[in-house]
Design a protein around this ligand. Structure first.
Ligand code: UDP
Length: 370
């Protein structure tokens, strides 16, 4: 007889949410995690009272109250709202593009003037087939050259004309003054006071957790321990790459301590192709701790994913999506395998989307008797 009902592979947001709900319903869960810590890419580490987002900035934002209430069970959130600045050729601009940006670039002061300026350089496209066609049809060539082209080329190492438009659709464009990074529909937003890691610790309180354990080094043994496997890694690896490898892009984070206040803002993007990093994150500003006499920053450098670093961004072009679909169909034919998370689903997802997917999956699972 199996010792556990579920073996959860990966202690990120999907895996931890699944484990929390399953244990709450009386199931026995074992979580195996390759890294020495939980939380996946949401993991934060405390340094002198500042919670450093070790794998890039995570701001929880959503439009749906049930998701906000759910995550707030595990931590108290502050009312931080992400307002990015873009640094282009050493000048700072409000970003994503809104009327303040248009004022800074062109001096316009009303939405009508801004829209007129944008429309002078847009190239209308009824059915945009790629990132570049879509972006230029929305924001025009001037804004595209200043804020999008260089940044995107650095992050993805591809010409934007070879990328899917879904990537740029993540960024809102506003014809009024609004420096908020996320869409207006996301009425809930914040960062947990005390960092993200506490959330995952609470979620896993009733699970058994083993760290530093690569599932694939002990797959046959681990699978005998549980009735079902909840796998949150990349599916190509699960199937030993038999149809080929899924492509990802990675980032390298250079974390530095400095005296004082380094850039006076939580996130500044460097949109010029000639600057080697893509953005600088200053962590204390997520927590309203500008007064501290020291600071921690991360410089994010784009990086090739080579299997030894972390697979951050799925490259959702047609070829990769078709490959993922093939793996997923095979996974879905295995009755004891559940797949989820950003890697398993091979989608560029924000935390609220992963959380919603995990809750949906575990509720469906628990309503089926095992
Ligand atoms: N992007 C850009 N300029 C920026 C910020 C973003 O061109 O200053 C584009 C880029 O292609 C990026 C995408 O918009 O991959 C999504 O950006 P987001 O800020 O959502 O990236 P994340 O925070 O997920 O890394």
């Amino acid at each position: 007889m199996n010792k556990y009902d579920y073996l959860v592979v990966g202690a990120g947001l999907f895996g931890c949410t699944f484990a929390h709900e399953a244990t709450k319903a009386g199931k026995k869960v074992l979580v195996v995690e390759k890294r020495p810590y939980i939380g996946g890419d949401c993991y934060t580490e405390e340094r002198e009272g500042i919670h450093v987002h070790m794998h890039g900035p995570h701001i929880f934002h959503c439009s749906q109250k049930y998701l906000w209430d759910y995550i707030n069970q595990f931590a108290t959130f502050n009312n931080f709202q992400l307002r990015v600045k873009a640094n282009y050729k050493n000048k700072l601009y409000s970003f994503p593009i809104n009327l303040s940006t248009m004022h800074e670039v062109w001096g316009v002061t009303t939405p009508a003037e801004g829209l007129k300026k944008i429309s002078e350089t847009t190239i209308p496209c009824e059915n945009p087939k790629n990132f570049e066609e879509y972006a230029i049809s929305q924001i025009g060539t001037d804004m595209y050259q200043m804020f999008i082209y260089g940044y995107t080329k650095k992050v993805w190492n591809k010409e934007p004309s070879l990328l899917p438009s879904s990537i740029i659709k993540r960024l809102p464009y506003k014809s009024y003054h609004c420096g908020r990074h996320y869409p207006d529909t996301d009425i809930y937003e914040g960062v947990p006071i005390g960092g993200y890691t506490q959330i995952f610790e609470k979620m896993l309180e009733k699970s058994d957790v083993v760290f530093n354990t690569d599932f694939f080094n002990h797959k046959d043994f681990l699978e005998t321990l549980a009735a079902k496997v909840v796998y949150t890694g990349s599916l190509d690896q699960y199937f030993n790459y038999k149809y080929g490898k899924l492509e990802f892009r990675s980032l390298r984070y250079q974390i530095e301590r400095h005296d004082g206040d380094y850039q006076g803002h939580a996130q500044i993007n460097y949109t010029d192709e000639d600057v080697p990093w893509v953005r600088i994150i200053e962590h204390k500003h997520f927590e309203f701790k500008a007064h501290l006499p020291y600071t921690y920053i991360s410089k994010e450098y784009p990086a090739r994913y080579d299997g030894s670093n972390l697979p951050y961004y799925p490259i959702n072009d047609e070829v990769n999506n078709a490959l993922h679909k093939k793996y997923l169909q095979e996974a879905q034919s295995l009755p004891n395998l559940i797949v989820g998370g950003r890697l398993g689903e091979y989608r560029y997802q924000d935390m609220d989307v992963v959380l919603a997917s995990a809750l949906h999956t575990v509720q469906q699972e628990l309503s089926n008797k095992i």
